[in-house]
Design a protein around this ligand. Structure first.
Ligand SMILES: C[S@@+](CC[C@H](N)C(=O)[O-])C[C@H]1O[C@@H](n2cnc3c(N)ncnc32)[C@H](O)[C@@H]1O
Length: 239
């Protein structure tokens, strides 16, 4: 991967930014690492300006190197800082991407940096794990998931979600948190593949826990609930 050829995961994030971002798009990519995403979008002439932020010196320096070597320093400001603190009001940021981290970290970044959030903003989020917990938190904080997709890259699968700030909480059902409301509506081939794999994984863990000397019954109940829901979505016999 580089800033001319993104991974399928970041390509999907980029497609969503282009599809849903306001005109002109002014992006903050938080946890940017090599700044591939903002560099790609500027090179494609799809965004006006970007902040490429990272809290760790190594990734920050990689981003500086990438942006300089591609001659993009006018359009991309690379900043070292924690989460959203790299965003200032005069940047007029309207779109924020936070990708390639756990759902809890993404949620913490949004929560702890809320003072830096522009009044109107689009979020494009790509949690590597913990997407159900992230959806729950979003739904309890006036955020609405307006689009989503599942990306399969080899053995890995990734959720990408587009989120808008509203004025009221939008409660999600257990199934909507687990699968994603927009994913449920679309049910793509990638969605089915992700959940076929996930079901096999959960069933393996369920059997392992059941065979333990002192099975964790709370965990077993949790797994049973998820396994039943997944079988239903896959149209499998839930019994
Ligand atoms: C696995 S990389 C993902 C890079 C890129 N966003 C992607 O999706 O390919 C995660 C990056 O997030 C950065 N990061 C973690 N916590 C952060 C925080 N609180 N604020 C800014 N960056 C953070 C890490 O330093 C790392 O460079």
């Amino acid at each position: 991967m580089n800033s001319e050829q993104l991974s399928s995961r970041l390509q999907s994030v980029s497609d969503f930014i282009i599809q849903y971002g306001p005109n002109p798009i002014r992006l903050a990519d938080i946890g940017t690492d090599h700044a591939y995403l903002p560099s790609f979008l500027v090179q494609q002439d799809k965004i006006e300006f970007a902040i490429a932020g990272d809290v760790v010196k190594g990734p920050y320096e990689s981003a500086v190197k990438e942006v300089q070597s591609q001659g993009l320093s006018k359009q991309i400001s690379v900043r070292l800082g924690d989460g959203l603190e790299v965003i200032h009001s005069e940047d007029n940021i309207n779109t924020i991407s936070i990708c390639g981290m756990g759902g809890t970290l993404i949620r913490n970044i949004i929560e702890s940096g809320s003072a830096h959030l522009p009044k109107e903003h689009l979020l494009v989020l790509q949690p590597n794990i913990g997407e159900a917990g992230l959806r729950e938190w979003l739904s309890e904080n006036q955020y609405e998931i307006i689009d989503e997709t599942v990306i399969i890259d080899g053995r890995h699968d990734y959720d990408v979600m587009v989120v808008e700030k509203g004025t009221t909480n939008i409660p999600l059902s257990y199934e909507e948190k687990l699968f994603g409301p927009a994913n449920l509506a679309k049910q793509t081939d990638e969605f089915y593949l992700k959940w076929e794999r996930d079901l096999a994984h959960r069933e393996r863990i369920y059997e392992q826990i059941k065979q333990a000397d002192q099975p964790n019954h709370e965990k077993l109940t949790e797994l049973e609930q998820a396994i039943t829901a997944i079988k239903e979505v896959l149209n499998r016999d839930a019994n």
